[in-house]
Design a protein around this ligand. Structure first.
Ligand code: PEP
Ligand code: MN
Length: 339
């Protein structure tokens, strides 16, 4: 259920409603919107005695209404105007398209510094790079781990870009959160509920990727795991799903973008690098994603993709990334956004 407060409800009215909701054994999440505050109540509804509808007569309450969807805190009903998530001072979800760029993996100081210079010069807003890599084979490069986190942090700091990196194990959360601005949950961990819950207990922004066989509703339920533990800073990332098609690495599901924008207030970023697996398709699909309403893009960029230790075929060169950024501008403007 959500309790919509009147636009002039006082902080004391809101605190009183939270107290009453908690006394009925629900968890109350106060969501402060532009127009009004909403108290989202999650928990089991166990008959009349636990009913929240009588709160409609409490001071400051406008109405009490059920959230009809299976996901609650992620539902657009609780924040119709959409969420803007701050990542190290950079907003994701506003009128501007936010571009996250960098190599698939941090491979060396030279490589990550070169990538930082390239993505900064082309106008990216955030830098990425994996230090803990979820690889299909245990014999493939697994990432530079803690050392990679430090190299990424320094590279981002030097060029003035906040950094995003993947988290695979709940035991590493403290270390990774201390040295980065946003934690990515990869496709392979999209339904690792223990990890999602643990990430719900911090306040660092989370970039939650869609699992390769996760339906849109399941994707939002994964976000709900993080939100329900108290971390409201979640950004969704469509990165392609597995279909019968093998010509491309994945099938980038652009249907998901406008549908997610209808169903949830959370910002939506698109990753055409993993979505296609082929560098030559990255720019056209990035443009299509922005036209479809994406709030941001995640693009893999490597100083020398042919020498990359992971995902070489899909990474853009610095020159191709620069061209992509230039091509984005008119498309963003055509749909009322900017870059
Ligand atoms: C990545 O971002 O490098 C990555 C491993 O992505 P995904 O989890 O989408 O495969
Ligand atoms: Mn990758």
């Amino acid at each position: 259920m959500i309790i919509v407060m009147k636009s002039h409800a006082s902080p004391a009215d809101i605190a009183n409603v939270v107290r009453m909701v908690e006394a009925l054994d629900y968890r109350a999440h106060v969501i402060t919107g532009v127009e009004r505050t909403v108290v989202a109540c999650v928990g089991e509804e166990r008959g009349e005695a636990h009913s929240l509808t009588h709160l409609e007569s409490v001071a400051g309450v406008e109405r009490v209404m059920p959230v009809l969807r299976t996901f609650k805190l992620a539902s657009r009903e609780v924040r119709p105007e959409g969420s803007i998530i701050e990542v190290g001072g950079v907003a994701i979800g506003g009128p501007r398209i936010t571009v996250i760029a960098g190599p698939c993996a941090v491979e060396s100081r030279l490589q990550v510094e070169g990538a930082a210079d390239a993505v900064k010069a082309a106008g990216a807003h955030l830098m990425r790079g994996g230090a803990y890599k979820p690889r299909t084979s245990p014999y493939s490069f697994q990432g530079m781990e803690g050392e990679g986190i430090t190299l990424l942090e320094h590279a981002g700091r030097r060029v003035g870009l906040p950094v995003v990196t993947e988290i695979m194990d709940a035991h590493d959360i403290e270390l990774v959160a201390e040295h980065s601005d946003m934690l990515q949950v990869g496709a392979r961990n999209a339904q690792n509920f223990a990890l999602l819950r643990a990430l719900g207990r911090i306040r660092k922004p989370i970039l939650l990727k869609r699992g390769m066989s996760t339906r849109i509703e399941e994707f939002l339920m994964a976000a709900e795991y993080i939100l329900s533990e108290g971390n409201p800073n979640v950004v969704l990332c469509e990165r392609g799903i597995r279909t019968f098609e093998t010509a491309t690495r994945n099938t980038l599901d652009l249907n998901a973008v406008p549908l997610l924008k209808e169903w949830t207030h959370l910002p939506v970023v698109v990753d055409p690098s993993h979505g296609t697996g082929l560098w030559s398709l990255v720019t056209p699909m990035a443009l299509a994603a922005v036209a479809a309403g994406a709030d941001g893009l995640l693009i893999e960029v490597h100083p020398d993709p042919r020498a990359a230790l992971s995902d070489g075929p899909q990474q853009l060169t610095p020159a191709s990334f620069k061209a992509l950024m230039a091509a984005l501008k008119p498309v963003a403007e055509a749909v009322g956004r900017r870059i």
